[in-house]
Design a protein. Structure first.
Length: 245
């Protein structure tokens, strides 16, 4: 029996869906259902999932989180070598401390304007931040504990460390923040410290979003916990080639 016919990928609906996915860097199961319904096609969830599995098999789409898909193959790789000595220092002093770290330098390739000063952010349990601050200060790091742009004595220089209270269930790998977490935290840091303006943030976001496959469900889950999911969704809808919501 012809396998293609068996799963129905020679149908007009499948061909339309294939074309739809090819023209969107990101899409979602919800958007796909709406698209097929508006064309007058009515299929079971099982059939649509078979279509999507076939599109994955053909390497036309890739998973971008729960219920999300992307035509972008490459995922963002974070270069953390520069920060491993700092991480090891913290781990040696506080082996049980859970923390995540990222730097604006990790996003350097995505900036529209060249950046000469980069900042390091460390997120940990709020009760541990004072001890972490004292330890890092004693080791000659330049840092601030939970600063804001209104603090008068803040002087940010290259590799200044910013300590922030962590958010539970943050997705990190080897104590380095995921790109999804970084994008959300960076938005908030732009507001808190005026690191870059909103237009530059949007360029960074859309540059990364268009070149690398972002896990949409992780991004939005974390954005919701940080209470900026509406803002992140608006940026995706307005500036990215995505049909998600």
């Amino acid at each position: 029996m012809n396998t293609n016919n068996q799963i129905g990928i020679n149908t007009e609906a499948y061909k339309k869906l294939k074309g739809f996915c090819k023209t969107h860097k990101y899409t979602s199961l919800g958007a796909i259902n709406i698209y097929l319904s508006e064309l007058g096609f009515s299929y079971s969830s099982e059939t649509i999932m078979k279509y999507l599995q076939q599109l994955k098999k053909e390497k036309i789409i890739y998973s971008a989180g729960r219920g999300y898909y992307s035509t972008i193959k490459n995922e963002f790789t974070i270069d953390s070598k520069e920060y491993q000595p700092l991480i090891e220092q913290i781990k040696n002093k506080y082996p049980l401390l859970e923390f995540s770290l990222w730097s604006t330098k990790m996003l350097a390739s995505a900036f529209h304007h060249t950046q000469n000063i980069f900042y390091i952010f460390i997120y940990a349990d709020s009760d541990s931040l004072i001890f972490l601050r004292d330890f890092l200060l004693n080791n000659d790091f330049h840092l601030y504990l939970n600063p804001s742009k209104n603090d008068k004595n803040i002087f940010l220089k290259n590799n200044t460390i910013i300590l922030r209270p962590g958010i539970t269930r943050s997705k990190s790998k080897e104590m380095i923040s995921s790109i999804e977490k970084i994008l959300v935290d960076f938005y908030l840091e732009c507001e808190k410290l005026n690191i870059v303006d909103l237009s530059e943030y949007k360029k960074v976001f859309t540059n990364l979003f268009s070149i690398y496959r972002i896990n949409i469900s992780s991004l939005l889950d974390y954005a919701e916990r940080r209470k900026i999911d509406k803002e992140i969704k608006n940026i995706i809808l307005k500036y990215a080639n995505a049909t998600l919501f």
